[in-house]
Write a protein that binds this ligand. Structure first.
Ligand SMILES: O=P(O)(O)OC[C@H](O)CO
Length: 471
């Protein structure tokens, strides 16, 4: 069997083919990141569709297609014309931070945590969809005519390209509108966020016969990219964990049931047709590669090979810490007011020290995420990592050290596409298993006060952010 996986991510849309020979990239298209104002991040829906169509055309000789989509990014469109009436509001977009603050002050977080398992944060789709209904007049016109469609990007792509308006439970679990216990849209949550429930897509399984594209190819898996990567990492048993280092760093651990742990997100790993749901815990760090890119943009280094090793001991050992809260702090703090900062600068601090602290700060934040997963992450073995920063040997060893766990650096860079394609094969009734391989790093002992130093830096930026927000 040959499977086409389309990985529609935050920065690119990629077509890959999986067969018995392995997985290979066929096409990759970058799309524009649109920043209309500070804190706002948008994509052009038509540009994404054009790239998806090009990916579909890139591999006609396949048996089925799997689609992996960026998590919480969402939009509105017209049911009749299938034309978008809003931009894609990207998961990083914080335009609804004030809505979240208001709802929090009204005590609404109890409901979102209880039903959807999610804190109130602009990351999730619900407030973004509510914003569209409130701020785009055409949304209300279409709603009055029963023509409004609201959803995450997968639902738009599927409606437009297969004619089936649907989403899957993994994506639905990122919206804050899903009742996790029964995997149905929650009417009370929808009402609270101002999202008309009738405009949302039906929720179907992650795999199975999900429709066909105009060229006749069947869609047999549709899943959030992070969950696809979890499958691609070979996670099959509770405790299996992965961390993907992209724009942000996303840690997911399979669980044997729906688990609720403060600050961590219970989520759906996948729901195969006719089978019970598989659950996971998710914890994100908003700025990972984006923090490193920021350091490069402001001139702290120029080539990535410059930051693959450092002569000096870690910056944290010298009292220098960086908190990568460049877009706020996600798991387990959920604090959008926090901002990035170096703490402990002195007259002899060099650019190299500062960028070393950036890498360390990302590792410390990931360690906070792991700690908040209450030792569930990595219980079954090493934590498998992938993504851009996993190619930096110094960072990987420092990460293993601060996690206090063995880290497996995957040899396969395309784990999202791999997992998506494997699930698509299963959705078509076949199986393509690939044994994950990688380089294993053992943690070294580090002084306990390093984590303490980072914690106090992180608390300081939170206090500063709160003071600025209330002034
Ligand atoms: O598209 P990526 O790989 O940056 O992943 C984005 C996540 O799905 C956001 O939650």
């Amino acid at each position: 069997m040959r499977v086409l996986a389309i990985d529609q991510g935050t920065t690119s849309t990629r077509a890959l083919i999986l067969d018995e020979a392995g997985i290979r990239l066929v096409h990759s298209f970058e799309h524009q990141q649109i920043y209309p104002a500070p804190g706002l991040v948008e994509h052009d829906p038509e540009e994404l569709i054009t790239n998806l169509v090009a990916c579909l055309g890139a591999a006609p000789e396949v048996d089925c297609v799997g689609l992996a989509n960026q998590g919480e990014s969402c939009l509105a469109w017209d049911a009749d014309t299938k034309t978008a009436i809003s931009p894609v509001i990207v998961w990083q977009d914080a335009r609804t931070a004030n809505v979240c603050d208001r709802l929090k002050s009204e005590g609404a977080e109890t409901l979102t945590l209880e039903r959807a398992g999610l804190p109130l944060d602009p990351y999730f789709s619900a407030t973004k969809l509510g914003w569209i209904v409130e701020n785009i007049p055409q949304a209300r016109t279409l709603l009055a005519q029963n023509r409004l469609r609201l959803g995450t990007t997968d639902a738009f792509f599927r409606d437009r390209l297969t004619g089936e308006f649907a989403t899957d439970p993994t994506t639905a679990s990122r919206t804050s509108l899903l009742n996790l216990a029964i995997l149905e849209w929650d009417p009370e949550l929808c009402a609270m966020f101002g999202v008309p429930i009738e405009a949302l897509p039906p929720i179907r399984s992650t795999t199975g016969a999900l429709g066909s594209f105009s060229n006749g190819l069947p869609l047999t898996a549709s899943i959030v990219d992070q969950q696809a990567a979890l499958y691609g990492h070979g996670a099959r048993n509770a405790g299996d964990a992965k961390i993907t280092f992209g724009t942000g760093a996303f840690a997911l651990t399979l669980t044997d049931r729906l688990l609720r742990t403060p600050g961590v997100l219970p989520t759906i790993a996948w729901v195969e047709a006719g089978k019970p749901p598989v659950y996971a815990l998710d914890g994100g760090v908003y700025a990972a590669s984006s923090a490193v890119n920021f350091a490069r943009q402001i001139g702290l280094f120029s080539g990535f090979d410059e930051i693959n090793r450092f002569d000096a001991e870690p910056a944290i050992a010298r009292g220098l810490a960086f908190v990568p809260a460049l877009a706020g702090l996600a798991c387990p703090h959920w604090d959008r007011n926090a901002r990035g900062a170096w703490m402990g600068l002195s007259l002899d601090t060099s650019k190299t020290d500062m960028v070393q602290a950036v890498l360390e700060g990302v590792a410390f934040r990931v360690a906070e995420v792991k700690a908040s997963m209450a030792n569930i992450a990595g219980k079954a073995g090493p934590i498998s990592i992938d993504g851009g920063m996993s190619q930096n040997p110094w960072f990987c060893q420092f990460l293993a050290d601060v996690l206090g766990s063995p880290v497996l650096i995957s040899h396969e860079p395309e784990l999202t596409a791999l997992g998506c394609a494997q699930l698509a094969a299963r959705g078509a009734g076949d199986e393509i298993e690939c044994k994950p391989t990688g380089r294993l790093l053992q943690p070294r002992d580090i002084p306990a006060h390093w984590a303490e130093t980072f914690r106090s830096a992180r608390e300081s930026v939170q206090q500063f952010g709160a003071a600025v927000a209330s002034s």
